[in-house]
Design a protein around this ligand. Structure first.
Ligand code: ADP
Ligand code: MG
Length: 682
């Protein structure tokens, strides 16, 4: 048996158990060993019976003083009762449907128990306590007990036993992945010690040591992988741009760029003249003006006789970009074209022909750009807007249409820098941390149901003044689980009973793409006064006439998401508002929502969100390519991340490192991690 052996090699693991383990992501013995406890129970203290307290699970040592007796209460329910005692008191124990207990606990013998005492008028007793003979070493008593995340059919006991077996079988194979120098600099224990202690800690100090080591290792491997990627990218080549003068471009803009925009453009310009493909994330809050930065890059590409492709996640957004960029770039003789799925065939054909012969220099479009019959003469710049909406595979597919093209991805999700590094791997990051001058701040209010009539009047006031209103609901359909407002039902209610004289539209993710676009277009052209929507409107849409956003069940959303949502208003000349409805009474939740009312700074909100909810929730789903760390927490272990990064960089830049004894194992582990997490590294 070795670390790569399938779990079926273990005693007691057949195909069906293996299948259940697979549900936990466990296939090999290594997977088992690297399946760390979710938490621990302190069962180290053994107390006398008279010190047992209700609702406090505890260990105690006692004799069986009345023989176990099983009675069958009714079909399918048996009760086994016995009494135990130590020299401070006695206690009745009850086991439900565990008649075998009667065979295992013997009159007059002594055991360790672990359980929770419950008391009522009839006295104290304990139900289903764990028990172990005093003659055997403690497994479930007298120790710090690992508690694993489980799945149907796999008990904590079973999993724990499998892991111990795997550890015993593979102890000698457990790879040491950290160079000795790194271990000694950071006072880290050896891998073997760490793996043993994380599953069966002798003490909380030992557990801390194990965790420290494993967190470091995890970040170290990850950082080393990133570093290798970066090195690999440095050897790719593309002809540097030599026309880098933006004076005419700046002069043609209807406004002065912000300092942040200029800085980002400078960073991009520097990338474009290096002869190595750019790989940059442009991150900026909603409305920070990312499109113009992208336009500058497109301008440079065209001036250097290269083609650019600008991909947006929706047709509306692609069209919006086309409308704003095409006239601007036309002044310089740059031909831009739009390519989306809903264009007539003849038009699509013409655009494709233009891309193939090079007469179209910039194409703006949706994933329609990815179809096999789209060919470029020389695609050299790829831009992906609202990057988190794209699978990385899609981004890569577009890049494939050129030869090592420059890549610029843009995101409005204001990811804290530390996390951006994790998510976007080896991308360089430019940040637009400044909004164009004269931006409206959005006044945000947190309200409860009692304010409903006043808010309805407020909605009416905006509509009657010729402005438009978004109403955002967390769910699409009525859910009977709780009282979530559903967009469908709420839209109907508003139209029928509250605003029969106003035009109410409905937009949600279950609509077909074309229907979605139709509703959005109707709202954009003011054929609707109120748009009831789910979070599908979160992305990029620009309707400057919308001045009020009402968010139902606001407590259901993350802070960053709420901030993204409210960025849909305040885009025009009129004062704009955001109203957050909640009936949640939890003081923490309310504090969180109030924080949003107090600031319009997306980065500050993102940091808060991260601190409050952790990165998993922060992104909402794995789609964003965040690696799944086993031991490390991106919230708690940020300083370790930094240390591990520095070490990884130092170690990898040492040419002798390939001779280090840990090198082969480390290389193997990096490869395994990176192919699993491929979606970050493309
Ligand atoms: P986002 O970063 O959310 O994609 P956009 O690029 O859509 O932001 O810009 C939002 C709005 O701000 C657009 O109408 C754009 O024309 C305008 N804008 C961009 N940069 C500036 C600037 N420097 N000064 C004034 N308005 C700007
Ligand atoms: Mg945008």
């Amino acid at each position: 048996m070795d670390l790569d052996s399938p779990v079926t090699q273990l005693a007691g693991i057949g195909p069906s158990r293996a299948k259940q383990l697979q549900g936990l992501g466990i296939e090999t013995l290594y997977d088992l060993i690297a399946y760390f406890p979710r938490t621990y129970e302190d069962r180290t203290h053994v107390v006398p019976i008279h010190q047992l307290e209700t609702e406090q699970p505890a260990c105690f040592r006692a004799w069986v003083i009345r023989e176990p007796r099983t009675s069958h209460i009714r079909k399918g329910l048996s009760l086994t009762k016995l009494t135990v005692a130590d020299n401070t008191g006695r206690l009745n124990l009850t086991y439900f449907n565990q008649p075998y207990v009667a065979e295992q606990l013997h009159y007059g013998e002594e055991y360790f128990f672990y359980g929770t005492v419950v008391g009522d008028f009839a006295g104290y007793q304990m139900q289903n306590p764990t028990y172990e003979s005093v003659a055997k070493p403690g497994v479930a008593t007298r120790r710090i007990m690992p508690i694993y995340a489980l799945t149907a059919g796999i008990s904590n006991k079973l999993l724990s036993r499998c892991i111990q077996q795997a550890l015993d079988a593979c102890f000698q194979d457990l790879p040491e992945l950290l160079p000795a120098s790194v271990r000694s600099r950071h006072d880290l224990c050896r891998a073997q010690e760490a793996y043993v202690s994380i599953h069966a800690p002798e003490s909380f100090e030992a557990l801390d040591r194990a965790r420290k080591r494993l967190v470091f290792e995890e970040f170290f491997i990850f950082s080393a992988g990133l570093q290798l990627m970066r090195n690999r990218r440095r050897v790719q080549h593309t002809a540097p741009y030599d026309m880098l003068d933006l004076t005419d471009f700046y002069a043609a803009l209807p406004f002065q760029l912000t300092g942040a925009q200029r800085r980002a453009i400078q960073e991009i310009t520097a990338d474009l003249q290096r002869g190595v493909p750019m790989n940059r994330l442009l991150q900026g809050d909603v409305g920070s003006g990312k499109t113009m930065v992208a336009a500058a890059a497109c301008y440079l590409a065209a001036q250097n006789r290269r083609q650019a492709a600008f991909m947006a996640p929706t047709e509306i957004l692609a069209e919006q970009h086309f409308q704003s960029l095409s006239p601007l770039l036309e002044q310089f003789g740059i031909t831009a074209a739009l390519l989306t799925g809903s264009l007539p065939q003849s038009k699509k054909r013409r655009v494709k022909a233009g891309l193939a012969d090079g007469s179209v220099q910039l194409v703006l479009g949706t994933h329609a750009l990815l179809t096999a019959d789209v060919h470029f003469q020389d695609l050299n710049l790829v831009i992906a807007d609202e990057q988190h909406r794209f699978g990385v595979a899609q981004r890569a597919a577009l890049s494939e249409k050129g030869r090592c093209p420059h890549l610029l991805v843009m995101s409005a999700t204001p990811i804290p820098r530390t996390l951006a590094l994790m998510v976007y791997g080896d991308l360089d990051v430019s940040v637009l941390d400044e909004l164009p001058p004269g931006r409206q701040t959005i006044d945000t209010f947190l309200v409860g149901e009692s304010m409903r009539p006043r808010i309805n009047a407020f909605i009416r006031k905006h509509a009657e003044a010729g402005n438009q209103v978004y109403v955002v609901c967390p769910a699409v359909e009525e859910s009977d689980l709780d009282s979530l407002k559903s967009a469908e039902v709420w839209a109907e209610t508003l139209q029928r009973t509250v605003f029969p004289d106003l035009r109410v539209g409905l937009l949600h993710g279950k609509l077909k793409g074309a229907d979605k676009d139709r509703v959005m277009a109707a709202f954009a052209s003011h054929e609707l006064d109120i748009l009831v929507a789910t979070t599908v409107i979160e992305v990029g849409v620009d309707v400057p006439n919308a001045t009020l956003m009402v968010i139902e069940n606001a407590d259901r959303f993350g802070l960053s998401q709420l901030h993204q949502l409210r960025g849909r208003v305040g885009r025009g000349k009129d004062k704009s508002y955001c109203v957050l409805f909640t009936s949640n009474k939890n003081p923490e939740t309310l504090a969180r929502l109030k924080a949003l009312c107090g600031t319009n700074d997306g980065f500050q909100i993102a940091e808060q969100d991260l601190a409050l909810r952790g990165p998993g929730d922060f992104f909402g789903s794995r789609q964003h390519g965040l690696p799944q760390f086993k031991a490390a927490s991106l919230t708690l272990d940020m300083t370790v991340l930094k240390e591990a990064q520095e070490e990884a960089e130092a170690v990898l830049s040492d040419p002798d490192f390939i001779h280090d004894p840990v090198f082969p194992a480390l290389q193997k582990r990096i490869q395994a991690l990176f192919s699993k997490e491929m979606n970050i590294f493309n």
